[in-house]
Design a protein around this ligand. Structure first.
Ligand SMILES: [Zn+2]
Ligand SMILES: [Zn+2]
Length: 171
């Protein structure tokens, strides 16, 4: 069995004092050897028995993959005379991948690829001003720059200027 291990990472500069909790599941576009179709939306959970590939809106099949670890790190970046504090949300995921050819598409590149090019990450963020906890998300095709404001008090929670998340193959 071929397992692919990758890291999915999103870095934000949240409003100071925000409390961030990533969701215990992630949506990833993967080339599914079971469907033999590229770019399927796969929902990965911590328990591999709960992960699934969404073949259509109403049907799904179990998917051999899971989230190994979810981390939230604060990183300090020196910028001239000030220090910027960034927060990175990292999902370590693993899944079974086998090569195949997607027969639906005769013209585009129809060879499967082990790396995804799209994912959606949900996280809960507690507003430091009004303490309201709310769900936000990012995904690769989000229109940027994107400014997220608190659903309750409208204060700015963060501004996203980069395409997120990013994908890294782990050996
Ligand atoms: Zn599938
Ligand atoms: Zn607020």
């Amino acid at each position: 069995m071929m397992n692919t291990d990758i890291q999915i990472k999103a870095i934000f500069k949240f409003r100071q004092g925000s409390i961030v909790m990533p969701a215990p599941s992630i949506e990833v576009s993967l080339d599914c050897f079971m469907c033999k179709k590229c770019n399927r939306t796969v929902v990965l959970k911590k328990d591999k028995n709960n992960s699934f590939c969404t073949t259509t809106f109403y049907t799904r099949h179990p998917f051999n993959g899971c989230i190994k670890k979810i981390r939230v790190n604060e990183i300090k970046v020196k910028k001239f005379f000030s220090i910027k504090i960034l927060t990175e949300i990292i999902y370590d995921i693993t899944y079974e991948y086998r090569e195949f050819i997607d027969k639906r598409n005769k013209y585009a590149d129809n060879n499967s690829n082990p790396l995804p090019n799209w994912a959606r990450i949900y996280f809960n963020i507690t507003c430091p001003k009004c303490h309201y906890e709310q769900r936000k998300f990012t995904q690769n095709n989000l229109h940027i720059p994107f400014t997220a404001v608190c659903d309750k008090c409208s204060c700015k929670l963060y501004k996203q200027t980069d395409k997120l998340p990013v994908f890294e193959m782990k050996n």
